[in-house]
Every structure is written in structure tokens, then in C-alpha cells.
Design a protein around this ligand. Sequence first.
Ligand code: TNX
Length: 759
Amino acid sequence: MNFRKIPAIVIAIMVASTNLSAAEADYNVVPMPLSVTVDAAQQPFVLGSDTRVVTTKALDREGDFLREYISALPKAGAKGVISLDTKLKSDNPEAYTITLTPGKITVSGASAAGVFYGLQTLRKSLPANLDEPVEMPAAVVSDAPRFAYRGAHLDVVRHFFDADQVKTFIDMLALHNINKFHWHLTDDQGWRIEIKKYPRLTEVGSKRKGTLIGRYGAGETIDSIPVEGYFTQDQIRDIITYASDRHIEIIPEIDLPSHMMAALASYPELGCTGGPYEVLTTWAGYKDVLCPGKDKTMTFIADVLTEVMELFPSKYIHIGGDECPKDRWKECTDCQARIKQLGITPTDKASAEDLLQGYVTAFAADVARKAGKSIIGWDEILECDVPQDAVVMSWRGIKGAVNGTARGHRVIQTPNDYLYFDYYQSDNAAAEPLAIGGYIPVRRVYSFEPLTEEMSDEQKSLVMGPQANLWTEYVPTFSHLQYMELPRLAALAEVQWTAPDKKDYHSFKCRTPRLFAIYDRNGYNYATHIKDTDVSFRPDRQKHALVMKASVYPGHQLRYTLDGTVPDVASPLYSEPLLLDKDCVVTAASFAPDGTRGTVVSDTLRISKASFAECTLAYKPYSPFAFGGADALVDGLCGDDNFRSGRWVGFLGDPCDVTITLPEPTEISQVGFKTCIVWPEGALEMSRAEVYGSADGKDFTLLATVDNPEQDPAQKNGAYAHTITFDPFKAKAVRVVVKPCAPAGIWSRIIFVDDIAVK
Ligand code: TNX
């Protein structure tokens, strides 16, 4: 069902009607199944803790999971049975069908995994309150995941989480139909996996003296609280079984050749200088990495990877490859001798030392291949030639996925601008626990499309699936870990599982209360920003107005004002999209059932001759920064310092080249807009702007230009206003071209533009 086509009021009634009976199941769960057909004419099946579960021997474990999921219910005293089988015929091994009749529920999977996902759907369909037997409406639910690779990553190095906590993490993944757990086990700040051949890795490398206080870069103070811990191979085997029972494959990561300070502290002879080295107590700033010039280092890599691959049944081993400084290799006689021996010659894109990392990657890939496995590496591995079987994990945005697939590699999408759960989930950082930075609210996670526009169909076929990463520099406790994961993991689940035409953010939101009830029952800590004020704007050409649409959390209310005052419980209640056709300050806030006001959001509408007009773009916006797209250029709303607010549109390489068709021919003499400088994203000031006018909408005359050839390196991040005036011109259409620039040393040419005001 596409909720976008249905007025909000109808949605409200639909949502209410799904909750008609408090004790009725609702199969519209998270992630949303492919198809749910309810047969209201039939009697429901009545489910209680005494409902009999019938399985074959091969599905015993699934049967036990189901008994556990329904154990909190009172007895139904009913005769019905639930039967599990793997008879479903489907190309997708994870597909399942649930057939519910008054006397029997049949969960049929294409494999045991399919059955398991059917059980997750059943469990998530239960109402929040489990104090009476549940009526399960007669229905057929048919479902299968969109992506075969549905991952979640956890860093247990920067902070250590023990075996029980890792198992709870795995439970959280299972609840969200995630089937790959990427386990980041080694890094500069600790070595957390027992390696029999190299016992000092855990004796020495699993311990650090203390941890940096506050955010990296803000000071150098280290506390004196030791952090230590590692997993024995027995514990790991137990965790692998625990995960596999839940149809989750664990992919271990041994991050090399950089992020190896813990290994160097244990075996200094593996470094270029020979040390001494220390397990890091801070998050970056080191130069020491493994020395690929020394044979014993290569033996170490082969030995460690081999032992790890013997332990983990996964087809893949992640060998890291990220963030490798080359300083030591440049000065190391062994590394230079290796470069000579290999006949490496620098190119204009890569130094000899860059290419030496390619040798390490290829070596690791070889070790893996001999064990019948393949490597996964962070997108830095693309900086050299890489063996074709290497899988690229794109983390620096989607570029690694676009470039990797262009070179024929399979890729996993973990872009840091959508799927880094160590980033803030609210734009009010002051009210949040310290995080590394960034801003990735649930809505942003939800909006991620792994098969990006930048890819051809062939490239798209190489995308294995999406994964979210949780780095734990600033995540010291397990409860905090859960807060960072939940409910962003729920949004991720829908990106990974749900068919694109079934995805709808508001519908997703309305399906979360039952999921949150499971979080509550399991004692999971989770963030609640999803319930907060959430409004969006789009121009309506016909009505010549700005439409404000709210996504109101079930049970909440949205109130607004148009005079700049803060809404209170007596302010107008939002019930349907609001048309704004005059200059105003629109302010909105969500109110919880107990009357508590959420975040107050405010925007100023300033209508110009271009507002709400037809507008076309000569070049597509860069998809991660497209936000409101062309509409945002004529919505009458200005951008501020936050480039992710939805008021900005970002273009990569191409100019913002927009043609606006005015509602009627009008005299114009001024064009105004802002640009947004974001140095860390490579988004800088424009190099040139051009304004053209057309009397007939076909032929355009240049009216004005502004040149800005030199970038000021001191120009701070933020929004900058530009006003261009020219001799009055009677225009039917106006074309504005804003060009990006790229000073030396800046890797991307992004230009951000907000509302284009024409006067
Ligand atoms: C970059 S993502 C890293 C990690 C950090 C993370 C913090 C990647 C391959 N490397 O070492 O923990 O940023 O967001």
C-alpha cells in the first residue's frame, strides 16, 4: 500500500482500525512483509502459551523459539496448532509463507531460515500487551527479503562487550531479520580474539591502560581505568553456534595492515621500527602499522588469518585495509627492499607505498582463497589493483560501491552518511550522550537506497546488500550501545528486507509501537526521537502554496502556529496537510499523550516570484545530498548552517543548473540564493554564477554573472548569501547556474544551493 497517495486523515483511521482489538495480531510488522492478505470473514485463530507447536526434527530449534515467543501469553485453552515446515517452493531460500486459519497456523519456509523469519513476523505481530490470548486474524502472509546480505557490524575493541552482551546483540539482530554479523575484533586499542600461535596478542594486546576523556581532538587527557577483555576460541565457537541457531553468519574482521597497534605492542618485531609500542589509549594519530617488508610479518598475517578462518565457518573474512598511514613504510629499509623486489613503480595516482598495501591485500586474498574463502575489505582497497574476488565494503559514502561495482567487484553498502550508528541521531547534540559527530536520524537511515542512481543495472547486480556499523569509541556501555542501535536498526531492517514499493516512512513509524513493546519486554534501551516533531515541506504548483506535511507518531498530536510563537496545547491541531500561501513563520511541535511537548521546529516562508514555480534541473543532484531535490530550490524556505536540514540541495561535479518557469511573464531584476560551505564534505563556495532570462521560455539571454575564481581557505563552514541584480527584464523563465569549484587538495566538488528567490 502506498500511503503517500492517501490523505493523512484516512491513514489515521486505518492505523486506529488496526488497533481495534487490543488483543489482535497485526501482520504489518517491521520489516514490512511483501504481502499480507487478511480474510476478515473467517474466525481468528486464538493464540496462547498452551498452543501446540508441531515441527519436524529438523525444525526443533525453530519450534523452541516459537514456544519461547508465546510463553508470556496466558493459556488460550484452544485446540489450534501451529505447524512448521520447509515445504515452500521458492527461488529465495529465506522466503516464507504463513497461512492462518481458525484452527491452524502453518509457517512454511523455503528453508529453516525462511521458517525462522516467519516466526519473527508472528512474534512481532503480537500486541504490546500480552495479558490475554491473542486473536490471530485469518490471513496469508507471503514474504521474502530483498537483499541476501543484511548486515550489522559491532566494534568490541574500542570498548569491550562480553560474550553475554554479544549474544544479546545477536538477539537484537535476529529480531530485525539481519543475517550477517560483522565482528570487528582487532584494532589499535585492543586485540580481542585468542590466537593460539601468538599468545601475546591477548596476554599483552587485549589490555590498555586507560581511555581518552572526551572527544578526540579536544584534549589529550587519558583516564586511568584499564580496559581489557577478549574472547577465547571456545567462547567464539559458542557464539558462532548461538548466531547460527538464529540464522546469522558471523564475519570476523582482522583489520590490517593498519589499526594494528595492539598487535605491535604484543610483537614489536612486526613493525617497521621495532617499537616499543603501546596499546593505544586514544582514537587516532598513530603512524605505526604492520611492516610488510619483513617476512615474519607476512607469516604472521597468514597464520592469524588461517587460524581465524578455521574458527569461523563464514565464506568471508574481513581484512580491514582502512586508514593506513604510509609514513613508516617510506622510511623503512625492509619496506623499500620489498618494493624493489616486487618491482613496484609509482603511478601518478598511487605512490609505491600505496601500491605496497595492494601487495598486502592480494597476499591476504590469496591466503583466504587457499582456504576456500574470499576477503572483504574497506573501500581503501580500491586504491590499488585488487583481486577480482575481493568484496568492497563502501564506508566513505557510496563512492566505494559505485567505483567498486564499476570495476566488477561485489560490494556491501555501509555509507557513513546513512549507516554509521556511532553518529548522532538528533540534531540537538547537547541533549545526547557524546558521539563522534554527524547526524543520522532514523528517517535518514530509512531513506537509504542501496542501489544508487549512480549505478548501471549491471553494477546494481553486484550489490550484496546494506549494513550498519557501530564503532564504539564513544559507546562505553551496553545500554548505550542499544540506544545507538535502536530503533535505527529497525529502519535498517526495512532498507535490507522490504521491497522498495512497500517502503513508506510514515507507515514504518506507525508499525513501531509493537516493536518497541518487544524492546521493552526484553529490557532493551532505545532512543525515542522517532516520536518527536517531524514535518516536511513541498511546493504545490497548482495551489501556489507550500504544503506542510507532518508524520505524527501514533497516539501523539501535532500543533502549530503561524506567527512565530511556540505552540501549546491550545494551538491549532494538525489534521491534514497544511497549505501556506503567505509569508509566515510556521512553528510546529508534537505532543505526547501525557501532554509533553516535543522539539519545537520553526521555518520562515518568504514568497518570491519563483516560489512554487515549475522548475527543472539540467543535472541530477548528488544522491546522498539530494534531500528535497529540485522542489527545495523553489519552496520559499532558506537554508542555515546545517546542510542536512532538507533546505539544501547538493551537486557533485556538476553545477546547480535550474530553469524556473514563472507562473506568468513578470519583470525581474534580482536573483538571490545561498551556498553552504562544508569543508569536511568538500563542499565549497561557488566559482561562478550565471543568470539568464527568457521572454518565451525557449531562448535565453545572459542577464548577469558573478565570478569567484579564488576560494578563500579561511572561509568558515556555514551559509553564505548571494544577491545578483541586473537591468529589469520581462521573463517567462529564468535560468540560474551555480558552479562548484575545486581548489588543489580537495577531493570533491560539491556545491550546495538553497531557495532561489527571484524579485
Ligand atoms: C573510521 S570506518 C574507521 C573506524 C572508526 C570510524 C568512526 C572505518 C573503516 N574506519 O576505525 O572507528 O571511522 O566512525
